[in-house]
Design a protein around this ligand. Structure first.
Ligand code: AQP
Length: 354
């Protein structure tokens, strides 16, 4: 597994090539990452994934996508899903994704994702899927036997997303590690049968910020679909809402600003502050020695606002220009379809499909 260490960024510069308006450096390793439009992104998405995308696109051939096919594994209101998908596209761009350097698509606009998912499902064991903790967690909210098959098959579609783009690296939060392991097992199984066709991906999991926790239940991950909006900071939250949510974040009565596994509430806030300000946890602890939670929470809220506000302003501008977003979506999906179709053909040839 790769951790976020500049030294480990694989740089192999040969020469720059331009393909359908996107400038790539030949020989660059590739990287894939996506987010579901199952709600409005949270600070967990910024810290766990998007924060690093801007840097990745300088060093890797990146593909970023809005995982709408994944989102429908849980029931979605059609109008809300459409709005969230566009909002997520604007969020990607406002966070620094540059369509001249990286490709960015809506997953359902590239049918190869779903097609490869079916092919891979024929190599996936039911037992493997039933061991996935995300399936167990999410299916717990359904009445018995009413879980959709798509929720069960979610990791296979995720494997298809990664393998279709021949990704060398996949930056994910710690909760997704099990899905990447399944993808790697599928590569071994498939290649053992058909030769070296699928590329083996490596996860990139940041040591810190890989699992931003709920502000109300710090034993749980912060999630955009949490029924308690006090549990997350969303990209839609106004500055005063952010301040209030952080003020109400669950801590303890010890009153010492420190990272301590026995105190998940304050530890989670310390971790968030350390990642947002690029300081070590030790430095944060020293800076807040003898200072109560009140001052620390105020500073954390200020940092959050300073990061979220510029993204909000840029998102608003982009969402006001639907023509631009529409033409970007069509141009990018055409590009990605033409790039991935020959590789999918190669996979089908290997299996023996005429
Ligand atoms: N709280 C988090 N901390 C760190 N990383 C996170 N990610 C999401 N939440 C956190 C990372 O973002 C990537 C894409 O996530 P996603 O939205 O597609 O799916 P998710 O992980 O299921 O996110 P949510 O917010 O919990 O969505 P819902 O509520 O719809 O299930 C992943 O790499 C993820 O780790």
């Amino acid at each position: 597994m790769f951790h976020l260490d500049e030294k480990q960024l694989y740089l192999s510069f040969w020469r720059v090539v331009t393909y359908a308006g996107i400038h790539y450096t030949q020989g660059m390793k590739s990287l894939v990452s996506g987010i579901q439009p199952s709600g409005v992104p949270t600070i967990g998405h910024i810290l766990g994934t998007v924060k690093n995308w801007r840097h990745y696109q300088e060093s890797y051939r990146c593909h970023f996508f809005i995982a709408d096919l994944h989102a429908i594994t849980v029931q979605q209101d059609p109008a809300v899903l459409r709005a969230n998908s566009l909002k997520l596209l604007a969020f990607f761009l406002a966070s620094g994704v540059d369509p001249k350097k990286s490709s960015v698509t809506i997953q359902s606009h590239v049918p190869q994702h779903a097609e490869l998912s079916w092919l891979l499902s024929c190599f996936t064991h039911l037992g493997e899927l039933s061991r996935m903790t995300q399936f167990k967690d999410k299916s717990a909210s359904h009445s018995t036997k009413a879980e959709p098959f798509g929720l069960f098959a979610y990791p296979v579609l995720m494997a298809a997303d990664i393998l279709l783009h021949e990704a060398d690296f996949v930056p994910v939060g710690a909760d997704q590690k099990q899905h990447i392991e399944l993808t790697r097992d599928l590569v071994i199984r498939f290649n053992h049968r058909y030769g070296e066709v699928l590329k083996m991906p490596e996860p990139i999991i940041p040591e810190f910020g890989a699992r931003v926790r709920s502000l109300q239940d710090p034993t749980k991950k912060m999630s955009k679909s949490d029924s308690n909006a006090q549990g997350y900071i969303s990209i839609d939250d106004a500055p005063e809402v952010i301040v209030k949510k952080i003020k109400k974040a669950v801590t303890d009565s010890v009153g010492v600003v420190a990272y301590d596994n026995e105190r998940p509430g304050i530890s989670s806030l310390v971790e968030m502050y350390s990642v947002l300000t690029d300081q070590s946890v030790d430095a944060v602890e020293v800076a807040y020695q003898g200072v109560g939670y009140g001052k620390f929470k105020k500073d954390l809220a200020d940092v959050l606002v300073s990061i979220i506000e510029p993204i909000q302003i840029e998102m608003k501008r982009l969402l006001g220009d639907e023509d631009y977003l529409d033409s970007l979506m069509s141009a990018q999906s055409r590009l990605v379809i033409s790039r991935t179709a020959p590789y999918l053909r190669k996979i089908k040839d290997a299996i023996g499909l005429l």
